[in-house]
Design a protein. Structure first.
Length: 459
């Protein structure tokens, strides 16, 4: 198993020649900080709304080489958050967000078709599975919420045979099917978007780190100053490094391991429908197949931190990758003797509500907090941020994800206790439940701390 910083998807997508760094001063109508999906979709939407607009994208490294180019490629809606949305925003607002997130999943597929970008977009449902008794029914709240919102077909419960008919893992005890979902080759999507933006005339300067934002418009880089009417801040977990955002999000990490092509194993498993699969653990496992017959398997159990303490272990932690590999082999014993070829990881921007946040401070408009579900929702985020930057208000900017009531990570005691203590408790809780035991009282107490404080960490 080769540990790589950027992961297999970017290797498969092929190298790109970085664009020129920005040297000295510049000006633009809108400056977009960050060249992941959110920044790039925002730039795209800005040009859709005003084709003649002068859009400048500044990216610290190379566009799409962060999480956008190395994630699991689950292109999800926000139906999994329907219960939380309903509770926070009410039924009509929750339904509007879920439907807008469906539009985003469809729109990404349509964008790939129209622009001739082969990002391996494949529409297939999301299968939520239970691998322990305690996970059974972990989808019940979402099913109830979808029913209450008048959309009972979005999520349906499945019996064990139905689940194993779709993927025959001996661990699967039951599940639920989320109707609308897709998978993509994430790096092909990010780099395809970068290429189309360059073709369309957006200026993209890579290897250009923004060091300061002017709320009234304009930014500073190490080498100069950019004047602009509006800024868009789309830097994922790095948001916490900008003044005023320190407690707005926490940072966790997720890791993926990938097999060699195993089409025969997929046939044995009966896993040929392209379903993306996620379990009901607190620190979630997620798995999918690829166009060339591999299995990608991820685990959201990496380090956690609060504030801007982004440690190098967020990028790649060998211990976490090894644990993910052991879980892959438990899920699919049929893989015995087959090679696991790659492992990589990256940071996750955890929002206190589990929902992404889009808002403005003066002429700076920001988006963050995808909490491990940014592939689909970042398209919607791009639509929202482009409108905020142009001061256009419509149904998108009225969604409950925009200017939500402010929830921040409390400085104490969670911050003092630190992410590592909470993570240890979550690991111990999941391990106990995997073995069919109830977690100890102290473990259960610490593991429940985030929720008791009103925070909704990754599932
Ligand atoms: C291993 C892993 C698996 C995941 N799996 C899934 C999945 O299956 N489905 C899903 O929906 N989501 C998944 N996610 C999350 C998903 O990848 C993110 O939500 C999404 O990519 C966020 O896009 P973004 O544009 O906000 O961030 P990014 O892709 O991180 O882009 C932000 C960019 O900003 C740049 N930047 C940072 N600071 C500065 C600065 N000061 N100046 C200029 N540029 C800067 C960075 O270099 C980066 O390129 C996963 C994430 C990881 C790490």
């Amino acid at each position: 198993m080769r540990h790589t910083r950027h992961g297999w998807w970017l290797e498969e997508a092929g190298e790109v020649v970085p664009t020129r760094p920005l040297e000295g001063d510049a000006s633009a109508d809108v400056v977009v900080v960050g060249g992941g999906y959110l920044g790039l979709w925002t730039a795209w939407q800005l040009l859709e709304l005003e084709p003649g607009l002068d859009v400048l994208v500044l990216e610290a490294a190379i566009c799409g080489h962060g999480p956008s180019g190395r994630n699991g490629g689950f292109c999800e809606t926000l139906w999994g958050d329907a219960a939380a949305l309903r509770e926070r925003a009410g039924e009509a607002a929750a339904l509007a967000v879920c439907r807008a997130s469906e539009d985003a999943v469809h729109a990404i597929g349509a964008w790939c078709d129209t622009n001739d970008v082969d990002a391996w977009y494949r529409a297939a449902p999301l299968l939520r599975v239970a691998t322990t008794e305690s996970q059974l029914g972990s989808w019940d709240d979402s099913i109830r919420a979808a029913g209450a919102l008048g959309a009972p077909d979005e999520l349906t419960a499945l019996g064990p045979e139905e689940v194993r008919g779709r993927c025959d893992s001996p661990l699967f005890l039951g599940g639920a099917l989320q109707r609308l979902n897709a998978t993509v080759q994430p790096a092909r999507l990010a780099l395809g978007l970068r290429a189309k933006l360059l073709e369309r005339g957006a200026r993209i300067h890579e290897r250009t780190e923004v060091t300061r934002l002017h709320e009234g418009g304009g930014v500073e880089t190490r080498l100069g100053r950019v004047r602009a009417r509006a800024n868009v801040l789309a830097v994922n977990s790095r948001t916490a490094g900008f003044p005023g955002y320190r407690l707005a999000l926490a940072v966790a990490s997720s890791h993926i391991v990938l097999t060699e092509p195993v089409p025969d194993v997929l046939d044995d498993l009966g896993w040929t429908g392209g379903e993306a699969i996620v379990d009901g653990r607190t620190l979630v496992h997620y798995t999918r197949t690829t166009e060339d017959g591999r299995i990608a398997f991820g685990w959201g159990g990496g380090v956690m931190g609060f504030g801007a303490r982004a440690s190098a272990r967020l990028e790649l932690d060998r211990e976490v990758a090894d644990t993910a590999r052991a879980s892959l082999e438990r899920f699919f014993p049929q893989l015995r003797g087959r090679a696991v070829t790659h492992a990589w990881g990256g940071p996750i921007d955890v929002s206190p509500t589990h929902l992404p946040v889009f808002a403005s401070r003066g002429r700076t408009h920001h988006g963050f907090g995808f909490t491990g579900n940014g592939v689909g929702p970042s398209y919607l985020g791009g639509e929202i941020l482009a409108r905020l930057a142009l001061d256009r208000r419509d149904a998108r900017t009225r969604l409950a994800l925009v200017e939500p009531e402010r929830t921040r990570f409390p400085p104490e005691p969670l911050r003092y206790a630190g992410g590592s203590l909470v993570r240890r408790a979550l690991l111990a809780k999941d391990a106990a439940e995997d073995e069919g035991r109830a977690p100890g009282t102290l473990t259960a107490l610490v593991a429940s701390l985030p929720r008791r404080l009103g925070l909704n960490l990754p599932r």
